[in-house]
Ligand binder design. Structure first.
Ligand code: FES
Length: 172
């Protein structure tokens, strides 16, 4: 005669609780995996774009710059120079290791551009030399001339992404 094992109501309840626990655990794991997949897919599908500021700088009205003035725009890293021959723009970024240079009107006969990092110095005006040319220091190249133009509204525009040959002045 076989003996049937009787399951008590208390044992039946434990079994149910255990099963419900494992079902919940499985569902939780699936949810976490699905969330991870969704996050990865979103990252994979969204464009990998680097938003850089425009290289074109609006330097404002030409009449704001006196003749023989040298103006450093620290934010955009350019000099706007109003020479007797017209306007031109120089990069203010030192060609040695990329430090921001400074306009020193008190140095030299007519002022110079000087780099605070390793002492490179550059001509700016009234010297018979090409503005941007190196005077001394470790900088391997002159400060580049940048393309300048007038907008339709008459503002001075400097394109930091376009270097031009020296001594090309913008006459306004
Ligand atoms: S970064 Fe200007 S001299 Fe070195």
């Amino acid at each position: 005669m076989s003996e049937e094992k009787k399951i008590t109501p208390a044992e039946n309840g434990n079994e149910f609780n255990r099963r419900a626990f494992f079902v919940k655990l499985g569902l939780g794991s699936l949810s976490i995996a699905a969330a991870g997949t969704a996050a990865f897919s979103y990252q994979f599908l969204s464009p990998n774009v680097l938003y850089e500021p425009s290289p074109i700088v609006n330097a404002g009205r030409p009449e704001n710059y006196a003749v023989d003035s040298v103006t450093l725009d620290v934010n955009s890293g350019i000099y706007l120079i109003h020479a007797q021959e017209g306007f031109f723009a120089l990069s203010a970024i030192c060609t040695h290791l990329g430090c921001l240079t400074a306009w020193k009107p008190e140095l030299g006969e007519h002022g110079i551009i000087a780099c605070p990092c390793h002492g490179s110095k550059f001509y700016v005006r009234d010297t018979g030399k090409t503005p941007g040319e190196k005077i001394e220091g470790p900088a391997p190249k002159p400060l580049p001339w940048l393309q300048t133009s007038l907008s339709d509204e008459g503002d001075l525009m400097v394109d930091r992404s376009k270097q031009i040959d020296p001594m090309k002045f913008l006459r306004v």
